[in-house]
Design a protein around this ligand. Sequence first.
Ligand SMILES: O=c1ccn([C@@H]2O[C@H](COP(=O)(O)OP(=O)(O)O[C@H]3O[C@H](CO)[C@@H](O)[C@H](O)[C@H]3O)[C@@H](O)[C@H]2O)c(=O)[nH]1
Length: 446
Amino acid sequence: MENPHILVIPYPAQGHVIPLMDLSSCLLKHGFKITFVTLEFNHQNAMDILALRGEEMGNRVHLVSVPDGLGSSEERNQPGKISEAILQTMPRKVEELIEEINGSERKINCVIADQSLGWALEIAKKHGIKRAAFCPAAAALLVLGFSIPKLIDDGVIDQDGTPLKREMIKLSPNMPPMNTMNFVWACIGNINAQKNIFKLMVRNNESIKLTDWLLCNSTYELEPAAFTMAPNIKPIGPLLAPKSKPTDSNCLTWLNQQAPQSVIYVAFGSFTTFNTTQFQELALGLELTGRPFLWVVRSDIPNGRNSAYPEGFQERIGSRGQMVDWVHQKKVLSHPSIACFISHCGWNSTMEGLSNGVPFLCWPYFADQFFNQSYICEYWGVGLGFERDGRGTITRNEIRNKVEQLVGNEKYKAKSMALKETVMNSIAETGGSNNNLKDFVKWLNE
Ligand SMILES: O=c1ccn([C@@H]2O[C@H](COP(=O)(O)OP(=O)(O)O[C@H]3O[C@H](CO)[C@@H](O)[C@H](O)[C@H]3O)[C@@H](O)[C@H]2O)c(=O)[nH]1
């Protein structure tokens, strides 16, 4: 029998594409054929991510893009348009793709879809294809979604997900508390967006029931309470990038020149934007630390790069600080010169920091990032959070002080290294995540 053909459907955003690309890489090793779906607007981005994972993988993953139905890039840039396309155009196009592939010789044996794309699981079921869902966030986030009916019954939220009061609640006695105002759907700052996300989460709770597997890029030991509450979630993380040929880049050359555990790495994932005051305070805070730093300043998202660096900043820091558009983050975090990670606490960044034993300084913005901060600071004890001043700004002094507190206290590094050992053991031959992956592969081959 030919090796099974798997159709992988990520939510079209970097923090979702990357971990599914890394799962695809694991599956390639078992001989599966992979077709990986993107939306036209992020096809190039997916190609770049694939290229970073080395030639061998690049040649073996078949990337296909489906049209998003939007006329121009202007239309694409209007807020909410892409989300609309994901719900309105993508399902039809993906179904056509499945029909087209299934009309050929290499029929699809399994669909692996991002768990937020419940419709993809519904289409797979309709076509009699077996299916698995993948969650690129913490298991606790799924558990929060599963708890929605109870939260409504208990009067914590209303039917639209709006918290009825600001309070700290625990989904289970052994999980860190969650602030109701920071529920993933409730901290978007826009009531319509909140209602839509909430509705989608309720719908996805139903579509998840159509899957045989609900995989999560996490590790049992990181979230025992969440996995105990929902034993159907199977951790297979941390998903690592495949080993590719060492690439030389200016930033790696620069890192090689820095002392061990000296560099502050600063990155805020895909969506974070800054106002001018905050951007400048961050720059001045990094300057004040007196330490080398590598700062990812995105130029491709609105306000990601604010050209207004403080006056004379670049001249004063010289080569001590590197501002770059993009780095291969997994590689950077594994570099021995890294001392700590100033992060927005996206789940991928969290898993990548943990699997490299790097302590965190947490700067969450929205969605699950506040809860991930609670895991990092209160539950695992591998980081510190920043306090905001009366105007909501994280000041340069706060940045300098927290860097010193974190880097100056060996406890954080020691805990990070211990946790690294735990998570890496879970993907070793007899580890829990590896066992789940082996069972999953067996099921794919059935
Ligand atoms: O210069 C960079 C910056 C980022 N990355 C990678 O990009 C990914 C970023 O993922 P993540 O840290 O999860 O951030 P977002 O892309 O912002 O993630 C979105 O999706 C995550 C998973 O659902 C959520 O946890 C976040 O809150 C949400 O913002 C990681 O793999 C990084 O390694 C790079 O490779 N180079």
